[in-house]
Design a protein around this ligand. Structure first.
Ligand SMILES: C[S@@+](CC[C@H](N)C(=O)[O-])C[C@H]1O[C@@H](n2cnc3c(N)ncnc32)[C@H](O)[C@@H]1O
Length: 458
């Protein structure tokens, strides 16, 4: 049989779960990716996209269900583009995530024999997200739709009554904003026509503190209208400590880097992790699963092995949380992040948690800041890196290698870039001792892991 063509219908057996959440089937050795399937499924599919080496297909019918298939608890699956693994038994998602790290290390990093440990499961597989970003559009009857994009569609949004990944507090705030916007006659945003008013709603939450920070992203010209939101929100949700208004007059559907003003309260909220109180400004990154952050940082702490006498570098530090949580067992902490507000937060957080005098926070690109400060910073004993999905740049890898730190802890949120960076560190003389995955993102294909590298001292 030849290669499948677009619109061909086939019956295939799913044998694996790929990174990204697609089931992997083989048809005469040819790989077919099918969403919403699990290993062991026998399914009828229609080819949507045919490439030279693989194809993507739409699921038409499950003929026989694999052992890990389950009924998705959320009624928006599979329309919603948010979760990809709700139809898979939780334990099977953990095994798949572990296997994906192994597979990426072997294929991309040429590191086939790494000790990748069983994934630490999440305490709460639902209701764990402390940050939600909703899109707003108008429906044909003039009502406001506030929710997530329909899977694969940039121009369609699904109205959400409840998201199972959001917290009850976060869901309630979204509903209040929708009711207020509808009562105020606020239009959602039409991306095709580049017209309308409300574009996005961002709700962030300190899970331990109960504090909420709400940001409305709108087109220009609705300042007076937005000012009227503060009253209803504060009355319905006293735990909202700040309401911010960001204006996006551009084409890009972003919530970041926009001119922002405070409508009510303050422009930051607090969260608490491992007895560390953290101030978080709106533009600063923080792990989206607060409860599992403590587990993640415990794993970082184990991998770092600090005993009080060492210099710790916390690279890609965000609001400084890792360096501060571990810093009580370090002689000095050097923290670097590229977002100025995050670095300000890190300085404030270090001082507020008793690290004044033993904490240096620097702002800029990790590779560039380390180049500029060559020879002037204390040499690290332990380097922790926690980069965004793109991983470390070549320059950042070289600067870390130059430090000669005996221990390197890599916190990864993307197995492919981690595998590539890991290979660079191994070439540079480090040994990859183990990888400990931690499930920060249940129901989704995202994979978080903590890796310990050591360097034999001469
Ligand atoms: C995955 S977050 C980690 C934050 C923090 N370690 C935590 O646990 O919350 C990645 C951080 O890297 C920062 N960042 C992104 N690119 C950077 C770069 N080139 N140089 C320095 N920091 C960068 C982001 O601002 C973000 O705070």
């Amino acid at each position: 049989m030849g290669r499948p063509q677009r619109d061909d219908e086939l019956v295939v057996e799913v044998v694996d779960l790929a990174f990204g959440g697609m089931g992997v089937a083989r048809d005469d050795g040819f790989v077919v990716f099918v969403p919403d399937t699990v290993p062991g499924d026998r399914v009828r599919v229609r080819i949507r996209k045919a490439r030279r080496r693989f194809a993507e297909a739409d699921l038409l019918e499950v003929l026989e269900a694999g052992p890990a298939r389950r009924e998705p608890p959320c009624p928006y699956v599979p329309r919603c583009g948010g979760c990809r693994l709700q139809h898979v038994d939780y334990a099977a998602t953990l095994e798949a995530k572990r296997a994906q790290i192994r597979e990426h290390l072997a294929r991309i990093g040429h590191l086939p024999d790494v000790d990748v440990r069983p994934v630490d499961p999440a305490g709460e597989p639902f209701g764990y997200r402390n940050k939600m970003e909703y899109s707003a559009v108008s429906d044909p009857d003039g009502g406001l739709v506030l929710g997530f994009h329909r899977r694969g569609r940039w121009d369609e949004v699904i109205d959400l009554e409840a998201c199972l990944l959001a917290t009850p507090r976060g869901n309630a705030v979204r509903d209040t904003v929708r009711a207020w916007a509808e009562a105020a006659g606020m239009a959602g945003y039409d991306q095709r026509a580049q017209a309308g008013q409300l574009r996005h709603l961002v709700v962030r939450e300190g899970v331990a503190t109960g504090e909420l920070l709400v940001t409305l992203v709108t087109a220009p010209g609705v300042e007076d209208l937005v000012d009227t939101l503060a009253g209803p929100l504060a009355a319905a949700h006293p735990e909202v400590v700040g309401v911010l208004h960001a204006v996006n007059d551009g084409l890009a559907e972003t919530t970041q880097g926009l001119p922002t003003r405070v409508v009510h309260g303050r422009d930051r909220f607090t969260e608490s992790v491992m007895d560390v109180t953290l101030h978080l400004s709106a533009p600063s990154f923080f792990q989206t699963n607060s409860n599992m952050t403590a587990r993640l940082y415990e794993r970082v702490s184990e991998a770092a092995g600090l005993d009080g006498g060492q210099v710790l570098y916390d690279l890609f530090c965000g609001v400084g949380s890792i360096g501060i949580a571990l810093g009580r067992r370090a002689r000095h902490v050097v923290a670097i992040d590229i977002v100025p507000e995050a670095v300000e937060d890190a300085r404030r957080n270090a001082a507020g948690n008793g690290l004044e005098g033993t904490y240096t926070a620097l702002c800029g690109d990790v590779g560039r800041v380390m180049t500029e400060h060559r020879g002037t910073l204390p040499d690290p004993d332990v380097v922790v890196v926690d980069p965004p999905r793109g991983g470390l740049s070549g320059k950042a890898v070289r600067r870390v290698l130059e430090t000669g730190a005996p221990v390197l802890v890599y916190v990864s949120c993307h197995p492919a870039t981690f595998a590539d960076n890991a290979a660079r560190f191994v070439e540079g003389g480090y040994r990859l001792e183990h990888v400990q995955p931690v499930d920060m993102f249940p129901q989704t294909p995202h994979v978080e892991a903590v890796a310990r590298f050591t360097r034999p001292t001469a």
